[in-house]
Design a protein around this ligand. Structure first.
Ligand code: NDP
Length: 494
């Protein structure tokens, strides 16, 4: 591959600007996407979305009110009969078109994701966007094969789906929700998170470009109340939510007794377990990606590290060395490892947890001394040692670049300590012994377990949790299940 350079009179030979440094044109006022059109909010209410890396305003976003949510749900309801009866192969064609268009516009989408959310461009470009396209491709493949996904049953759609998503992987979460729902013949109303609506609205443009029938996908931006109105709407048949356990519990109450289907993908406090016989250098890379990927704004982040006692000093020394090399700064620079914290509120939350860790007696290691930009929401990655299981930082989800390091002496102790959490989303096991992996994995209360790796995602692989991490799966054939009604050939539904 050749690198293009340009000569300037004043400074000599310099690299051409990277594609990622190209500014993306952003509409100053962003409307709602209802019934195939961009419309102004009936609420007449707007809010600003900021670039968290410099606090500059990017645009105004519509704040959907009750009447807007109602219009979106009714549009989805109107579109349902035709869409759900469409031959699966035709629905697949629309999904393939969306996937291809996402690939074509992926640079623009990656830049926008980084500007609006603060994550490093190398992650939005190389992780988020490829996975977004993959989920649409993957679900397109199932759209005309649903009877093979659920053999011996007749398959029908659930109906109108309310889909509420968070800010940590905005476009990817939209893909996780929309792709399986559409493949199974449902219509959707999507509510993005307040701080990260812009890429969902670009997806709305793509939906228009590919000619998806009006009303099949509606996107209502707004605040927590917008999500609440949506989940409460009587014409909604299914609620799919990713976000905090607190709001997940509220939604359980909202949907209880309503015959609405519900899936919840909630928080986590995942254990990353390193045995003494593991390949330590690889394990340290796994620790780094486990907790510092996306500034730690990852529900399955390996935020509790359990190290077998004899190798603690070696792991800490190598972790310290590796942490020093991480670059924190401009998210649009492709050499950046950690970008900005998503919002002022989240930064305060993370800082609050760091203070609590110190106050409760754990030892803070802030070895990364990158000079942080003067504007924006920034937090250097760090870790704590001398952490007790009762410490707040060992129990609660921080959702930031903060790791709690603890030790164990026997495999059973590792299992007991890892399972000592109200959450059960993910775990990592690092060992040279395959049999140990199987023995430990079957004892862990976690929906996803990575072995000798961490944070690997694939559209064909189901993702989801146990306990307070929620229920239902996204991805894989299991991810289609929440979006279908099944009838046994001899009768009865499930
Ligand atoms: P929330 O659960 O508050 O938000 C997730 C989504 O739900 C957003 O779209 C939000 O809208 C919406 N929402 C908020 N309140 C309601 C409600 N009453 N009814 C329906 N929808 C609602 O998470 P936050 O984004 O505020 O993050 C807080 C914490 O949640 C984080 O610190 C982290 O611990 C956890 N979290 C977990 C995620 C995961 O992937 N498991 C992802 C994000 C957060 P709005 O953005 O407008 O508030």
């Amino acid at each position: 591959m050749s690198i293009q350079t340009k000569q300037t009179e004043t400074t000599g030979w310099e690299y051409s600007p990277a594609l990622e440094s190209t500014q993306v044109i952003i509409e100053p006022k962003n409307k709602l996407f209802i019934d195939g059109k961009f419309v102004s909010p009936k609420s007449r209410s707007w809010f600003a979305t900021l670039n968290p890396s410099n606090e500059e305003k990017l645009a105004d976003i519509s704040c959907g009110g009750k009447a807007d949510v109602n219009a979106a749900v009714l549009a989805a309801k109107k579109a349902l009969p035709k869409w759900s009866k469409l031959d699966g192969s035709i629905r697949a064609k629309y999904l393939y078109r969306i996937a291809r268009r996402i690939q074509e516009r992926s640079r623009e989408l990656a830049i926008l994701e980084t500007m609006d959310g603060g994550k490093p461009i190398k992650e939005s470009r190389d992780v988020d966007l490829p996975l977004v396209a993959q989920h649409f491709f993957y679900c397109a493949g199932w759209a005309d094969k649903l009877e093979y996904a659920f053999p011996g049953r007749t398959v029908s759609s659930v109906g109108v789906c309310a889909q509420i998503i968070p800010w940590n992987f905005p476009l990817l979460m939209a893909a996780w929700k929309l792709a399986p729902a559409l493949a199974c013949g449902n219509t959707c109303v999507l509510k993005p998170a307040e701080t990260t609506s812009l890429t969902a609205l670009r997806l709305a443009e793509i939906i228009q470009e590919v000619g998806l029938p009006d009303g099949v996908v509606n996107i209502v931006t707004g605040a927590g109340d917008t999500g609440r109105f949506l989940a409460e709407h009587k014409a909604v048949n299914k609620v799919a939510f990713t976000g905090s356990t607190e709001v997940g519990k509220l939604l359980m109450r909202t949907t209880a007794g309503s015959r609405k289907k519900l899936t919840l993908e909630l928080g986590g406090k995942s254990a990353n377990i390193i045995f003494a016989d593991a390949a330590i250098d690889q394990a340290v890379e796994g620790i780094i990606s486990g907790i510092y990927f996306n500034q730690g704004h990852v529900c399955c982040a390996g935020s509790r590290l359990f190290v077998e006692e004899p190798i603690l000093d070696e792991v800490i020394q190598k972790l310290t060395h590796r942490l020093r090399s991480l670059r924190v700064g401009d998210p649009l620079d492709k050499n950046t490892d950690l970008g900005a914290i998503n919002s002022q509120a989240q930064l305060e939350t993370v800082q609050g947890y760091i203070r609590k860790g110190v106050d409760e007696g754990a030892q803070l290691h802030e070895v990364n001394t990158e000079r942080l930009p003067s504007k924006g929401y920034w937090c250097n990655p760090c870790f704590f040692t001398d952490v007790q299981p009762s410490h707040t930082i060992a129990r609660e989800e921080i959702f930031g670049p903060v790791l709690s390091v603890m030790t164990f002496r026997t495999p059973q102790e590792a299992i007991t300590r890892a399972n000592n959490s109200p959450y059960g989303l993910a775990a990592g096991i690092w060992t040279d012994k395959g049999s140990k992996i199987f023995e430990i994995a079957k004892e862990l209360d976690a929906g996803v377990i990575w072995c000798n790796t961490y944070n690997k995602f694939d559209a064909a692989s189901p993702f989801g949790g146990f306990k307070e991490s929620g229920f239902g799966r996204e991805g894989g054939v299991q991810g289609l299940r929440p979006y279908v009604r099944l009838q046994h050939v001899k009768g009865g539904t499930s």
